[in-house]
Ligand binder design. Structure first.
Ligand code: AMP
Length: 410
């Protein structure tokens, strides 16, 4: 049996590879103009980082991590998300000594052992940012705006929902209130939601089960329980987004899959995507750095799925890069000078490809045409035959003058 790529992974070829490069370039331009600099963290980390950072009770940590022993008794996990690793790096490199906030962006592969479906993979790519060290609501609004700008630039039409989760204390109190409410309605809930009342009652808002949905329609909302500071923070975020002309909906039931969020949370969804409609999202995580053993440090970030963005806004096919010269030899003894000519042409800054398929002269022209070559050089006993593929003009030239001709014409 032939070996295939593992389930939920795929190869990136041709136009798809170009589209990804373009997307990365668009994101880089927008984020670097706003003062974000690039960070790359390893593809795997200590399992404990995600257990502590993402939260033991989350689906990601409970079911979706690729975890293995590194052979030396250390538990390692392929990164399922980027925020905890960036916070780990912030602490490890003493970035609290830099002017705050530290603004970082990234683009890389992430791994979750989920059931694959359209838009959901086991290895997927994310572009993301983290702004660590400021609790200014302008950080929240600006980062949301930057993702909106990226989505607009690549042509993704997305709906923005925002909410606030408050601070851990408010959340803990609210959690008890919600648990009491859920227990009072236990018999109407789905088995799964009932089983999670103790561990993660907020997830009940995510349920599709009709009985659960009915119960949740009348459930108390965290947004109505925020303390004065959190309410003011949220009001400022909304005011800044209004001022920037960015449309959003307030969704008091917005829960994100990861435990570390505080205050602002948001998500962009696209109707073009079907069931897996989340294009990107994130929020504030003012307790995460402390959870990882650092000093109390506020932070805000998001991540957006590269595959999902490209599914939501399929890019137009791009033209192949221009090819200045296609080089072949007519006889075996001209193999070496042909090889050298292609290499010299590239060193001189031209794009040049060498005939590597052993084609006949007719085949060479056909292949050069397919590759979009402007000039074809065939080295033989009479000298170098140079053809301008645009005009069809062909001449035998001195091999030393090929470079001159492909710059200045035949
Ligand atoms: P999350 O960290 O779950 O909020 O994910 C952020 C973004 O990454 C989502 O909005 C998706 O666009 C993308 N994403 C998350 N999980 C997957 C997956 N399994 N396959 C493809 N994209 C994903």
């Amino acid at each position: 049996m032939r070996i295939q790529s593992p389930r939920g992974t795929s190869d990136v070829l041709g136009d798809a590879a170009l589209a990804r490069e373009q997307l990365e370039g668009t994101a880089r331009g927008i984020l670097e103009r706003a003062g974000y600099s690039r960070i790359e963290t390893p593809s795997f980390e200590s399992t404990e980082l995600f257990a502590r950072g993402v939260g033991e009770a989350t689906d990601v940590v409970q079911k979706e991590m690729y975890t293995f022993d590194d052979g030396g008794g250390n538990s390692i996990t392929l990164r399922p998300e980027g925020t905890a690793p960036v916070c780990r790096a912030y602490l490890e490199h003493g970035m609290h000594k830099l002017p705050q906030p530290v603004k970082l962006w990234y683009h890389g592969a992430y791994f979750r052992s989920e059931r694959p479906q359209h838009g959901r993979y086991r290895q997927f790519w994310q572009v993301g940012l983290e702004a660590i060290g400021s609790d200014d609501p302008a950080v929240d609004a600006e980062s949301v705006l930057l993702l909106a700008e990226i989505l607009e630039a690549i042509g993704v039409q997305a709906r923005l929902r925002i909410s606030s989760l408050g601070t851990p204390d408010t959340r803990a109190e609210y959690k008890h209130e919600l648990q009491d409410y859920l227990r009072a309605h236990e018999h109407e809930l789905s088995g799964e939601v009932r089983g999670r009342i103790d561990l993660n009652p907020l997830r009940a808002f995510d349920a599709d089960h009709p009985g659960t949905r009915q119960v949740m329609a009348a459930a108390p909302l965290l947004l109505d329980r925020l303390n004065a500071d959190d309410r003011e923070h949220f009001e400022t975020v909304k005011r800044l987004l209004d001022g920037a002309g960015l449309a959003y909906e307030i969704d008091p039931t917005l829960v994100r899959g990861l435990d570390y969020y505080t205050r602002t949370v948001f998500e962009f969804t696209s109707d073009a995507l079907g069931a897996q409609s989340g294009v990107g999202g994130g929020g504030r995580y003012d307790g995460l750095i402390e959870e990882l053993g650092g000093p109390p440090t506020p932070g805000m970030g998001w991540a957006a799925g590269v595959e999902r963005m490209l599914l939501a806004a399929p890019p137009a096919p791009t033209a192949p890069p221009p090819l200045d010269l296609y080089v072949a030899h007519a006889k075996p003894e001209y193999k070496d000078p042909a090889f050298k000519l292609a290499a010299d042409a590239r060193r001189a800054g031209h794009s040049a490809q060498l005939e590597l398929g052993g084609r006949s002269v007719k085949g060479v022209f056909k292949q050069a045409d397919r590759a979009g070559a402007r000039y074809v050089a065939i080295l033989g006993a009479d000298g170098t035959t140079l053809r301008d593929m645009e005009s069809g003009e062909q001449r035998v030239v001195d091999s030393d003058t090929v470079m001159h001709h492909i710059t200045h014409g035949l």
